[in-house]
Design a protein around this ligand. Structure first.
Ligand code: ADP
Ligand code: DP6
Ligand code: CO
Length: 361
C-alpha cells in the first residue's frame, strides 16, 4: 500500500471543552451503545479552564494503537475506545499530502495505527466531566486526521459511544442530548439549542472541593442506580420530560429565575437518585452541602435566585451566576465562608460559559 511506504508521521491536535449538565443524564437503556433513559441539557464551559487537548499521530511504523492520558499510558482495549476508533475508521477518506509524499487511501486507514496523547487542564475523573471533554476531543481529532467529513450530529453520536456526556461537548453554547427512540442509537444525538453568544452574561464559577478521583465512576454508579433505584424510573419517565421543555424555554428567554430553579432541583434529584441506589452512592460531601445552604439562603433572602448550583458525580460545585456583579458577590461570600486557610476548597475556576463554537482548535 502506498501509505505504508516511507517513514512519515502525520499529526493532528484538537481541543474540546467540558460541559456541565443542568438537566442530568443518569441511567442507560443500552450499555453497549450508551443510550440514555432521558434527554439531558448542558452548558459548554470555557476551554481555557476546562478542556481536553488531544494529539493523534499516525505512521506506518506504529505496530499497534496506543494512548497516553495526562502522560501515563492507558489501555485502549475497552469497548468505548474501540467503538470510537472503529466508527471513525469506517468513515475515513482518502488523504494526500504531495509535499510530504503521503498518499493514504480510504481502505489504508484500517491498517494504519494511531498513537494518541491527551491532557486535561482540570482534574480527571473527579466529577467535572473529564470523560465528556476527553471523548469529544478524541472523536474530533481522529476525525480530523482521517479526513472525516461527517456533520456534527453524526460526530456527537460517535462521541456518545465513548462517554454519554461527550456527545454534548461537540457543540458550544447550550446543548440538548435527545435520547432518541431507535434501537441502533442513530437518533440519540446532541443538538445545539443556542450558540455560545447566547446569554453571554452568565458567569460560571467552579468551587473545587476535591480534585481526587471519585470512588464510584459515573458508569458504574448509574448502572447500579438503573438496577436498584425506583426513583430513577419515576424521574426519567415523569419528571425530566416536562423539565426539559421548561428548561428550553428558560434558556430561550434568558429567564434566570426559572433556569436556576430547574438547575438546582435537577441536581438535587440526581443526588437523591444516588441515595436511593443500593448501596447508596455519596458523591457530595459536607462542603458541597454547605455550599448548597449558602446559595439557598442567599437566593431566599433576595426573594429571587441570584445563583444556580449543580453538582455532577463528585463533590465539586458548579455555580452559575446571572452576571458579573453577582459572580463577584458570590466569590466574596465563598471566600468569607470557606477561607483559604481552612482548605475546604482547593481552588476556584472562573470562566465565561463558553468561548468555543465547537470542538477543535
Ligand atoms: P468524570 O466525572 O471526570 O467525567 P468519569 O468517571 O465519567 O469521570 O470518566 C473518567 C474516565 O474518562 C477516565 O478514567 C478515562 O477513561 C476517560 N477520560 C478522561 N479524560 C480523558 C481524555 N482526555 N481522553 C480520553 N479519555 C478520557
Ligand atoms: C452526572 O457521561 O460520565 O455528569 O456515559 O458512562 O461515560 P458514561 O457516563 P458519563 O455520565 C455523566 C453523568 C453526569 C450528568 C451529565 O453529565 O449529564
Ligand atoms: Co464522565
Amino acid at each position: 500500500m502506498a501509505a505504508a511506504e516511507g517513514q512519515w508521521v502525520l499529526m493532528a491536535t484538537g481541543r474540546s471543552p467540558t460541559n456541565i449538565a443542568v438537566i442530568k443524564y443518569w441511567g442507560k437503556r443500552d450499555e453497549a451503545l450508551i443510550l440514555p433513559v432521558n434527554d439531558s441539557i448542558s452548558v459548554t464551559l470555557d476551554p481555557d479552564h476546562l478542556s481536553a487537548t488531544t494529539t493523534v499521530a499516525v505512521s506506518p511504523s506504529f505496530p499497534s494503537d496506543r494512548m497516553w492520558l495526562n502522560g501515563k499510558e492507558i489501555s485502549l482495549s475497552g469497548g468505548r475506545f474501540q467503538s470510537c476508533l472503529r466508527e471513525i475508521r469506517k468513515r475515513a477518506r482518502d488523504f494526500e499530502d504531495e509535499k510530504k509524499g503521503i498518499n493514504i487511501k480510504k481502505e489504508d486507514w484500517e491498517e494504519l495505527h494511531v498513537h494518541i496523547a491527551s491532557y486535561n487542564n482540570f482534574p480527571t475523573a473527579a466529577g467535572l466531566a473529564s470523560s465528556a471533554a476527553g471523548f469529544a476531543c478524541l472523536v474530533f481529532t481522529l476525525g480530523k486526521i482521517m479526513n472525516v467529513k461527517e456533520d456534527y450530529g453524526e460526530l456527537s453520536s460517535i462521541a456518545r459511544q465513548g462517554s454519554g456526556s461527550a456527545c454534548r461537548s461537540i457543540y458550544g453554547g447550550f446543548v440538548k442530548w435527545c435520547m432518541g427512540k431507535k434501537d441502533d442509537g442513530s437518533d440519540s444525538i446532541a443538538v445545539q439549542l443556542a450558540d455560545e453568544t447566547h446569554w453571554n452574561d452568565l458567569v460560571i464559577i467552579i468551587a473545587v472541593v476535591s480534585s481526587k478521583q471519585k470512588e464510584t465512576s459515573s458508569t458504574s454508579g448509574m448502572r447500579d442506580s438503573v438496577e436498584t433505584s425506583p426513583l430513577l424510573q419515576y424521574r426519567a419517565q415523569t419528571v425530566v420530560p416536562s423539565r426539559v421543555l421548561k428548561m428550553e424555554e428558560a434558556i430561550k428567554n434568558h429567564d434566570f429565575e426559572s433556569f436556576a430553579k430547574l438547575t438546582c432541583a435537577d441536581s438535587n434529584q440526581f443526588h437523591a437518585v444516588c441515595l436511593d441506589t443500593s448501596p447508596p452512592i455519596f458523591y457530595m460531601n459536607d462542603t458541597s452541602h454547605r455550599i448548597i445552604s449558602l446559595v439557598e439562603k442567599w437566593n431566599h433572602s433576595e426573594g429571587t435566585p441570584q445563583v444556580a448550583y449543580t453538582f455532577d458525580a463528585g463533590p465539586n460545585a458548579v455555580l452559575i451566576a446571572q452576571n458579573r456583579k453577582t459572580a463577584a458577590l458570590l466569590l466574596q461570600k465563598l471566600l468569607y465562608y470557606f477561607p483559604p486557610e481552612d482548605k475546604d476548597l482547593s481552588s476556584y475556576l472562573v470562566g465565561d460559559k463558553s468561548i468555543l463554537g465547537d470542538a477543535g482548535l
